[in-house]
Design a protein around this ligand. Structure first.
Ligand SMILES: Nc1ncnc2c1ncn2[C@@H]1O[C@H](COP(=O)(O)OP(=O)(O)O)[C@@H](O)[C@H]1O
Ligand SMILES: N[C@@H](CCC(=O)OP(=O)(O)O)C(=O)O
Length: 393
């Protein structure tokens, strides 16, 4: 592929950021770590060498590692990834132990200790648990440990689970305020079509959704142990770059080249500003308990001018929530345009829909002077404009 990019953007630009990054989240997929025989020692050793090198340069690294289910297949006498959740849970519980044992031994050769951090989506949806994860990861990094994160598959439920570690890695990068997200897979970059198809070309730089238009982003890899394919990697890159965290996607054997700033993989440039831990939680993880629909004037005020939401702008309320809960804020088409902490319960709000604050104060009392969602408690969401073709296998 020609490396000349429209607008004369240099595709390599930004790659030197990796060397300067103080905090890096590295995510590695099952297909890069395991074979039908279980965990691949040489893949682990190559990764731990790269991480040890980064540590020597003074960078803190959090590893998000998949591979528990794949590593548990052989000990359970299974030939392929099971379809049912219970057997996946069993395989993950068995495989996670093998995986950590290999990591511990390999990192120890470099004088580094590891910590296992298993997270569930449900935990990160609650503000206190989210803070807990943040505190624990920070402390581990302060202590010079390499945290190895995975989803707690053994107890994850079908309804509430990340399901893929790509998005989990982007969330962890947000939680610990990383400077960089490195996604390592079995493919060396994002291609404009299935990488196995002749003529597919590497995409060196993604500046935003416009660079993904017409790109065929497929799901499963040929090895059959990965879960999300490219779709979840691109989603993860969108989450991270939208929060000011540049992302590089390449293959595990290319990790060292990527860190050296070579022109490998796909660089996803930053598209949004860095977020506070609270805003990141509210925008990405918070469990919402209801929805407030608002009119076009309120959309302009809340989204474009960063104002608080007043009762007059509401057109509808649904769900059951208490004052202080997180809710979605949707426009008249139903698109969720913001998330915020609401100041009234779902029993109070319906009677306030479309009414002026002065009217409510006169009728119901001075405590009805409060805005519905304060601007400081509201996170505006980026509107998705990407029109990409998704291949489901
Ligand atoms: N447009 C694309 N560019 C690159 N790879 C793609 C694309 N579409 C689908 N893929 C597939 O995605 C796979 C990587 O996803 P996955 O198997 O889930 O990996 P991991 O285990 O690293 O998470 C690649 O092996 C590749 O076959
Ligand atoms: N948590 C699962 C991995 C889920 C996942 O995202 O896998 P992958 O697509 O290989 O990164 C496991 O450890 O097997």
């Amino acid at each position: 592929m020609s490396t000349k990019h429209p607008n004369n953007v240099n595709p390599v630009q930004g790659r030197s950021t990796i060397r300067r990054a103080r905090r890096i989240v590295i995510k590695i997929g099952s297909s890069s770590l395991t074979s039908s025989e279980g965990v691949r020692q040489e893949a682990i050793d190559s990764l731990t060498r790269t991480v040890a090198d980064l540590r020597r340069q003074g960078s803190e690294v959090v590893l998000v590692s998949s591979g528990a289910i794949a590593a548990g297949l052989k000990p359970l006498g299974l030939e392929r990834r099971p379809k049912d959740l219970a057997t996946q849970q069993a395989a993950a519980a068995v495989g996670q132990g093998w995986l950590l044992a290999e990591y511990s031994e390999s990192f120890w050769k470099h004088g580094l200790s590891v910590a296992q951090v298993l997270l569930t989506a449900e935990e990160l949806m609650r503000r206190t648990q989210y803070n807990n994860a943040f505190r624990a990861l920070n402390r581990l990094l302060d202590l010079g440990i390499v945290p190895i994160v995975n989803e707690n598959d053994a107890v994850a439920t079908q309804e509430i689970r990340f399901g893929d570690n790509d998005r989990l890695a982007a969330l962890v990068a947000n939680v610990i305020k990383a400077d960089m997200l490195l996604l390592l897979s079995d493919v060396d970059a994002l291609y404009d079509g299935p990488p196995s198809r002749e003529g597919s070309r590497r995409i060196a730089l993604v500046r935003g959704p416009q660079d993904l238009e017409g790109v065929t982003i497929g799901r499963a890899g040929p090895a059959g142990v990965g879960t999300g394919g490219m779709v979840t990697k691109v989603d993860a890159a969108e989450i991270a770059t939208g929060s000011g965290i540049p992302t590089l996607l390449t293959s595990a054997p290319n990790a060292q080249l990527a860190i050296d700033g070579e022109d490998v993989g796909t660089w996803f440039a930053v598209s949004g500003r860095r977020k506070s831990a609270r805003a990141a939680w509210l925008g990405l993880m918070a469990e919402t308990r209801g929805r407030i629909t608002i009119d076009d004037g309120a959309v302009a005020a809340v989204v474009d001018r960063g104002r608080s939401l007043l009762p007059a702008g509401m057109t509808g309320v649904s769900g059951r929530f208490e004052s202080g809960d997180a809710v979605e804020i949707a426009d008249s088409t139903g698109e969720v345009i913001a998330r915020g902490l609401v100041n009234y319960s779902s029993t109070e709000l319906p009677a306030m829909v479309g009414r002026s604050t002065a009217e409510l104060r006169a009728e119901l009392g001075p405590e009805y002077d409060r805005v519905v969602v304060h601007a400081d408690d509201c996170v505006r969401l980026r509107r998705r404009t990407a029109t990409r073709t998704r291949l489901n296998s």
